[in-house]
Design a protein around this ligand. Structure first.
Ligand code: GRF
Length: 192
């Protein structure tokens, strides 16, 4: 079976959805590592509760991005990771990781890209007054939310929506779409 690593920086609700889908055998891959750049993140707690090994680091303890990415790559290699799944990892991926896992890094973003890249996509959508936003899953390149799109799903924005309610609707879609799409990628790329 293929092996994936999840990268997260925060709450990790998408990470949890992937853990649950793997436990249910809906996600046909093994989650062998959580990589987290915030030692206090809830995602770390979730990994510990599920017995998933972690590589947790503080970027401030490294002189360069290259230095911590080299350590990440070493950890990925040790665990024989085939694919890297970003789930709320709040950092641009640098050339060290991109080269080591070329075409094998995937991200989820809470808008219909190319609309609203970067931080607070939900707030950006509300401020723009759009009637439809959604979720995008895409391959990662050196840009900010710019890589080739793999899957998208729309979410209707109503007059009544607040930041909280729109975020909840978008996350409900994310939690369903991410496991399904990862399965598809792994099957297509013969990593299943
Ligand atoms: C998600 O909305 C995802 O689209 C974005 O960051 C958020 C992470 O949320 N990249 P969580 O930590 O998975 O709850």
């Amino acid at each position: 079976m293929s092996k994936i690593a999840i990268f997260a920086s925060g709450s990790g609700s998408n990470f949890q959805a992937l853990i649950d889908a793997a436990a249910d055998k809906q996600l046909k891959t093994e989650i062998v590592l959580l990589v987290c750049d915030k030692p206090e993140a809830k995602a770390v707690e979730r990994a510990e509760q599920s017995g998933i090994p972690t590589f947790v680091f503080s970027p401030k303890n490294y002189e360069t991005k290259e230095a911590f990415e080299e350590e990440i790559v070493q950890n990925l290699r040790e665990k024989e990771v085939d694919f890297v799944i970003l789930a709320g990892y709040m950092r641009l991926i640098g050339s060290t990781l991109l080269k080591a896992y070329e075409g094998k890094i995937v991200n989820i973003h809470p808008s219909l890209l190319p609309a609203f890249p970067g931080k607070d996509a939900v707030g950006q959508a509300l401020a723009a007054g759009v009637k439809v936003s959604g979720v995008t899953i895409h391959y990662v390149d050196e840009g900010m939310d710019t890589g080739p799109i793999i899957a998208q799903e729309a979410v209707t924005v109503t007059e009544e929506d607040t930041h909280e309610s729109l975020q909840a609707k978008i996350q409900a879609v994310e939690h369903r779409l991410y496991p399904k799409t990862i399965n598809k990628i792994l099957t297509t790329k013969c990593y299943s």
